[in-house]
Design a protein around this ligand. Structure first.
Ligand SMILES: [Zn+2]
Ligand SMILES: [Zn+2]
Length: 213
């Protein structure tokens, strides 16, 4: 599977990734922060068959592009069942401030839970429930490519905030424990900041070193 950073948080508030199964031509976007020129341009230019919008959680900075992709492109919106309500309610998604895209209500097409698998062609995308930042936070794991799309759970050298209404420090620690207990190394592609690896985070992440071990 080809994984690219479609737009970075400096362009559209959160890192937005494109997953393409080159064999079947099917694609998914992870956390479309904003359905604007950047994403539209790539979809048109590459003539992409966008099957899914995969959401790591329901905060506004990851979901403002979802409405356009569902309505105009026809992609199916995938989110953990506990965060599905965030797509309907700007209070739950913590939408605030002056962002160019309004949050129109979106009904999730597919709600997922721990262990579910989403298929792109013959390629598996595994859902790992990682509550803590929000109750419905998930990581998407591409086993064949050894990639974890970690949303706002695991960041380079730190972890996501847990002081939101549906956040939990305890759950975050349990989620990070599960992530670091995975076998071997993975490339970690987070919702903010730069990419890292699981092995590097096991060794250097202050949050993991102090609170998990
Ligand atoms: Zn968030
Ligand atoms: Zn975020």
């Amino acid at each position: 599977m080809k994984v690219t950073l479609l737009a970075s948080e400096h362009e559209i508030f959160a890192n937005t990734y494109l997953l393409e199964d080159e064999k079947s031509g099917e694609a998914a976007i992870v956390d479309p922060a904003w359905y604007g020129d950047v994403i539209k341009g790539v979809l048109e230019e590459k003539n992409i068959n966008l099957k899914y919008v995969l959401l790591t959680h329901g905060h506004f900075d990851h979901i403002l592009g979802v409405y356009g992709l569902q309505k105009e492109v026809g992609a199916k919106v995938v989110i953990h069942e506990s965060d599905a309500g965030h797509l309907l309610d700007p209070k739950k998604s913590l939408r605030e401030g002056n962002f160019p895209e309004p949050q129109y209500p979106v009904t999730a097409d597919i709600t997922v839970k721990d262990g579910d698998v989403i298929m792109l062609g013959d390629e598996e995308i595994k859902v790992m429930s990682t509550p803590g930042h929000t109750n419905g936070s998930v990581c998407y794991i591409l086993e064949n490519d050894r990639v974890i799309l970690s949303g706002d759970t695991l960041f380079c050298m730190t972890a996501g905030r847990t002081d939101f209404p549906d956040g939990s420090d305890e759950k975050m620690i349990a989620s990070l424990k599960r992530l670091v207990a995975l076998d071997g190394d993975y490339t970690v592609l987070p919702g903010h900041n730069r990419a890292t690896t699981l092995e590097s985070e096991r060794k250097r992440n202050w949050y993991i070193r102090r609170m998990v071990k």
